[in-house]
Write a protein that binds this ligand. Structure first.
Ligand SMILES: [Mn+2]
Length: 442
C-alpha cells in the first residue's frame, strides 16, 4: 500500500484542527427559479462560489491544519472551466496559509470526467480511484493524523467502497476516513457506494468525513464520529434551511482514551431557501394577511443574519379570504407588494411564489337551515355541543368504550372542552367530504 506523507507546522498548538466540507457542486444551475429577474439570476450563479470562498476563509480564520472535501466538488463530470479555475484559486489561498487539502471525488465529479490541464498547488492531495489511499499527516514533526480516502473512478459506483479500506493499525494516530457514500438507506438519494454504519465501525477509525447526502447530519456522535456536512449552499427549495460545513478540533494526546473531540457546524450559504406555510383561518381582511406575510419575512431576515433569502409561501386552511385570493390578479398584486423595495444588494429577500391551497369557508349558519343530510348532520353536532340532554345520551352511547377493560387502559375521560373540539373536528372532516364550493352557496 502506497503511503504518502504530508505535513504542516502551522495551525493551533496541541490541537489537530480541520474543516470537513462536501458537495460543493460548484457552478450548479439553479433550476427551480425560472423567469426571474436577470440580476437575481446572477446572484444565484455566484452563490456556490461564495459559499466555497466562505469555507476557504473559515479555514484561514480558524487556522486549521487541513481541509477535507468529501466529493462532488463540481456539479457535472465535465467540470466547467470556470469552476475549475475558481476552485484552484481557493486552494492556492490555503497553500499560502500553510493549510493542506484532501479531496476525494464522488458521483458528480468522478476521476474519468474531463479536466482542464491546470497546475494543482502542492498542498492538495487527490485520493486515488484504484484503491483506498493512506496518507500520514504530520504536525510539528509528530504523526498527528492518518487520512484514508478513495475517489470514484467512474460515476456509477454501486458497490461498497468501504470494503477497500484498511483497518486502523495500532500505531496510527487520529484516523479519518474520507469517502462519498450512502450510509444506511436514504430514499431521497441515489444509493451510490452503499454501506452500513457497522461497516464503518469495524475499521476502528476515529472520524468519517462523508459526502453525498445534502442535508447536514451527524450520523454517529460516539467513536467513530460519522458526519455528513451537507452541501454548503442550497440550490433549490428541497435544499432549504441553513447550509454549511463542520469544524473539528481534536486534542492531541498520546493515546486515544483522553482525547477530546469537538465538532461545530458553521453556516456558509450566501442565499438561503425557505418554504413557509400560512393558515388563513381566522384572518378576516386582506390587511391581516399582508401583515402576517410581512412578519414572516421580517423573521426570516433576522434568522438568516445578513444572508439573502428566497422564499415560497403556501397559504392553507379555510377562511373568508379564500374567495379574495381567487380573484384575478390578487396574488400577483400581493407578490408585487412583498417584493417592493428589494434590491439585489448584499441582503435581499425574494418571494418566489405564493401558492394558494386554501379552501372555501363553511357558512355553518346557512348549513343549519338546510333540510337535507348535510343540514341534519350539522344540527346533530350542534345539539351535542349545546344541549345537555343530547350530550348525556351521547355519553351513554359511548360508555362501553370507556368501561371496557381495554378501553380503560388506553383512553381516559373526555371533558366538555375536549369533546366539543372532537365533535367540531369530526364535523369538519365530514363536511369536507360532503360539500363542494357550490353546495356551500345559498
Ligand atoms: Mn452531491
Amino acid at each position: 500500500m502506497k503511503k504518502t506523507k504530508m505535513s504542516a507546522d502551522s495551525g493551533k498548538a496541541g490541537i489537530l484542527s480541520f474543516v470537513h466540507a462536501a458537495d460543493l457542486h460548484l457552478d450548479s444551475p439553479f433550476t427551480e427559479i425560472s423567469g426571474i429577474d436577470p440580476e437575481l439570476g446572477e446572484r444565484l450563479a455566484k452563490a456556490t462560489f461564495q459559499s466555497y470562498e466562505a469555507i476557504i476563509e473559515l479555514c484561514i480564520e480558524e487556522k486549521v491544519d487541513f481541509l477535507l472535501i468529501a466529493g462532488d466538488v463540481y456539479d457535472s463530470a465535465d467540470k466547467s472551466l470556470y469552476a475549475q479555475v475558481r476552485f484552484i484559486e481557493g486552494l492556492r489561498k490555503l497553500e499560502i496559509a500553510g493549510i493542506q487539502v484532501f479531496i476525494c471525488h464522488g458521483n458528480h465529479d468522478p476521476l474519468e470526467g474531463w479536466s482542464a490541464s491546470l497546475t494543482w498547488p502542492e498542498n492538495v492531495h487527490i485520493m486515488s480511484g484504484d484503491r483506498a489511499e493512506v496518507v500520514k499527516f504530520k504536525k510539528d514533526r509528530e504523526n498527528a493524523a492518518v487520512i484514508v480516502g478513495m475517489s470514484y473512478p467512474t460515476r456509477h459506483i454501486m458497490k461498497n467502497l468501504v470494503k477497500n479500506f484498511p483497518k486502523k493499525e495500532g500505531n496510527w494516530p487520529f484516523t479519518i476516513g474520507l469517502l462519498h457514500c450512502s450510509v444506511g438507506s436514504n430514499p431521497e438519494h441515489d444509493p451510490y457506494a452503499p454501506c452500513t454504519l457497522q461497516d464503518l465501525r469495524e475499521l476502528n477509525y476515529d472520524y468519517w468525513a462523508l459526502g453525498h447526502i445534502h442535508t447536514p447530519s451527524i450520523v454517529c456522535k460516539e467513536a467513530p464520529i460519522v458526519i455528513y456536512p451537507g452541501n454548503p449552499q442550497g440550490r433549490h427549495f428541497s435544499e432549504n434551511g441553513a447550509r454549511g460545513c463542520f469544524v473539528v478540533d481534536v486534542s492531541l494526546g498520546r493515546d486515544s482514551s483522553g482525547r477530546d473531540i469537538s465538532t461545530r457546524f458553521i453556516e456558509t450559504d450566501s442565499v438561503r431557501w425557505y418554504i413557509r406555510e400560512i393558515s388563513i383561518e381566522g384572518l378576516e381582511k386582506e390587511g391581516e394577511l399582508i401583515e402576517s406575510l410581512q412578519s414572516q419575512l421580517d423573521e426570516m431576515r433576522e434568522n438568516s443574519v445578513g444572508r439573502s433569502v428566497i422564499c415560497r409561501f403556501v397559504l392553507k386552511g379555510r377562511g373568508p379570504l379564500h374567495h379574495i385570493l381567487r380573484q384575478e390578479g390578487f396574488i400577483e398584486d400581493l407578490l408585487r407588494l412583498l417584493r417592493e423595495g428589494e434590491t439585489w444588494g448584499r441582503q435581499f429577500i425574494w418571494v418566489e411564489r405564493i401558492e394558494d391551497d386554501t379552501l372555501f369557508p363553511i357558512e355553518r349558519e346557512i348549513l343549519l337551515k338546510r333540510e337535507d343530510f348535510v343540514g341534519d348532520l350539522v344540527k346533530i353536532v350542534e345539539g351535542l355541543k349545546t344541549d345537555e340532554n343530547s350530550r348525556n345520551e351521547f355519553h351513554e352511547v359511548l360508555s362501553p368504550l370507556f368501561g371496557s377493560r381495554n378501553g380503560r387502559k388506553h383512553i381516559s375521560k373526555i371533558d366538555d372542552d375536549e369533546m366539543n373540539s372532537l365533535l367540531q373536528r369530526a364535523e369538519n372532516i365530514l363536511l369536507d367530504a360532503l360539500l363542494t364550493e357550490k353546495d356551500n352557496e345559498n
